[in-house]
Design a protein around this ligand. Structure first.
Ligand SMILES: [Zn+2]
Length: 88
């Protein structure tokens, strides 16, 4: 079942839900904690729309400070928000 990730733009405080296909499982958790989606470059792509990514101030730079994961929303409505590494 798909899940959604609440991604926060730390510069503006805005939080957006990004839908993901596939299960929330150990692989997905790893992806958001330590894998590709732990990096600002990929989180930026997931947060912003295609239109926004064409704007001049859009940045896909790598890092770990510009976007935070606030919680993961499961299909049954449960929120997973106790991942310290996801939130930092
Ligand atoms: Zn990166």
């Amino acid at each position: 079942m798909p899940y959604q990730v609440a991604i926060k733009n730390n510069a503006t405080g805005e939080v957006r839900l990004h839908p993901m296909s596939g299960e929330w499982d150990a692989v997905a958790e790893y992806d958001w904690m330590d894998g590709n989606n732990s990096c600002d470059c990929n989180r930026a792509g997931n947060f912003h729309t295609d239109v926004e990514s064409d704007l001049p101030n859009y940045s896909e730079a790598c890092g770990n400070s510009r976007y935070s994961i606030v919680y993961v929303l499961l299909p049954d409505g449960r929120k997973i928000d106790d991942f310290v590494k996801l939130v930092d």
